[in-house]
Unconditional design. Structure first.
Length: 434
């Protein structure tokens, strides 16, 4: 039986029968344990919204995180009820229910969203979902409020104070779990970076020591100085990539929303890599569907992804090889593929190819690199609501493809809202107030 009757908002104890209440709290306890058992932010956020939906017996749940830098709330996860497309949009702080909950730092039940002037209708228009009622609670830790959880459309009757109590408790547990995950990821990234810096630094120390030797023949001194230079350049490249990845992972990268003609961008990137391709005697074969309309996204970010894929297609190709670039539209998506005739990627390496610092062991000695380019590319593309994929066969070549939604706008920043997360590619969307 669900509590379909209206309850006194001042009396949080009003409830359905005690046995049922006990069952619901027992379930809450189970969820709390589950939340504490993962340090993967993607899994965690999805668990939170699913748990919130089950506990409050509603149609959908969304989770918004607060970004202290631009003082905005961003959608970060939602249950699967609705299809893709909303992206990590920001909601207006001063004219949304989530904004109200966050600013007042207190829960809110809205029985009829249409009658509430705070309700931000745009999301319903975008998602084609009809929001009727909302129960929203802040996600608080002792020190700070991280964001808001909103349960949408109670399945039977209105949201009750019992629902509110359960969701508030879950939100408190969620906030702690999110903070733990963020701290863990931060330390994880720093540890990996330091580890990666060790190798070139060891090399540099050895070269510097050799250079100090007396009676070192001039030609050896020159060779060592050149090595030194190459290693310093490599370190420089690594630190730039580290910074970029750390910025992406912490949500501090700001992306523009501007119309980008992918066809034009492809041409521009091809021109840039042309000299490199020529040097390797690589032929380029380009098929661009000219009728493709612009996507909304960050030109600089998309260009960086294209350049990275094209540079890899040259770097890991064979001399005299070929690169085919294709841009086409298929229903509501744009597909860009870059195919090379290089050495390919072994099957057991494919699952790791987009992981930070991963380099195919057999290739790492042959071409210089940081193993960060594809990790960065993946984050940028996912920030545009897209996907990046790879297919490869050893000895035949590799095809990297990007799928981008052609109509929806990319969200304005890479990742939202909070400070040290490794954030998921958010696929589902919500019916709540945007
Ligand atoms: P980097 O090239 O700096 O090492 P990336 O993140 O761009 O880093 O690529 C990660 C790894 O994936 C590379 O080290 C290489 O082993 C492999 N790889 C990337 N692109 C290709 C490609 N087109 N063909 C074969 N291997 C590739």
């Amino acid at each position: 039986m669900s509590a379909a009757h209206k309850q006194d908002p001042e009396d949080p104890q009003v409830t359905s029968d005690p046995e049922r209440l006990l069952q619901r709290f027992a379930r809450l306890l189970e969820f709390s344990t589950e939340l504490a058992s993962t340090l993967d932010i993607e899994i965690l956020l999805n668990r939170i919204v699913e748990a919130a939906r089950e506990l409050t017996e509603c149609e959908a749940v969304s989770l918004l995180m607060y970004d202290p830098q631009d003082r905005q709330l961003y959608f970060q996860a939602a249950t699967d009820l609705l299809s893709d497309g909303l992206g990590r949009s920001a909601v207006p702080m001063d004219s949304s229910i989530a904004g109200w909950i966050f600013t007042h730092n207190e829960p809110l039940i809205v029985d009829d969203t249409l009658q509430d002037p705070r309700f931000f209708k745009e999301v319903d228009i975008l998602t084609k979902f009809q929001t009727r009622s909302i129960l929203g609670v802040p996600m608080r830790t002792k020190k700070t409020t991280l964001g808001v959880i909103e349960a949408v459309n109670k399945e039977h009757g209105p949201f009750t104070q019992e629902d509110r109590q359960l969701l508030e408790t879950l939100a408190g547990q969620s906030a702690i779990a999110i903070e733990n995950t963020m701290l863990f990821q931060q330390s994880d990234l720093v540890a990996e970076m330091v580890h990666e810096l060790r190798t070139p630094l060891t090399g540099l120390t050895a070269v510097a020591n050799l250079l100090q030797r007396e009676n070192l023949p001039e030609n050896q001194r020159i060779t060592l100085a050149q090595t030194l230079n190459v290693e310093v350049l490599r370190l420089n490249e690594m630190t730039t990539d580290f910074l970029e990845l750390a910025k992406l992972e912490s949500g501090r990268t700001r992306f523009n929303r501007e119309p980008v003609h992918l066809g034009g961008l492809v041409e521009e990137c091809l021109q840039i890599i042309q000299p490199q391709a020529k040097e390797e005697k690589i032929t380029m074969d380009v098929h661009v569907d000219r009728s493709i309309t612009p996507v909304h996204g960050d030109r600089k970010g998309l260009k960086q992804v294209l350049l990275n894929l094209l540079t890899n297609a040259i770097k890991y190709n064979v001399k005299g090889g070929r690169i085919s670039v294709r841009l086409k539209r298929k229903s509501k998506s744009l597909f860009l593929s870059i195919q090379d005739t290089g050495r390919g990627i072994p099957e057991d390496s494919l699952p790791y190819i987009f992981d930070r610092f991963y380099r195919v062991p057999t290739q790492s000695g042959e071409a210089s690199g940081t193993g960060l380019g594809l990790a960065i590319a993946k984050r940028i593309i996912e920030s545009h609501g897209g996907k990046i994929m790879v297919e490869s066969r050893v000895g035949e070549g590799s095809t990297f493809s990007i799928q981008l939604p052609s109509e929806t706008a990319a969200r304005q920043d890479t990742q939202p809202a909070f400070n040290y997360p490794r954030l998921p590619n958010w696929r589902s969307r919500t019916s709540t107030d945007k």
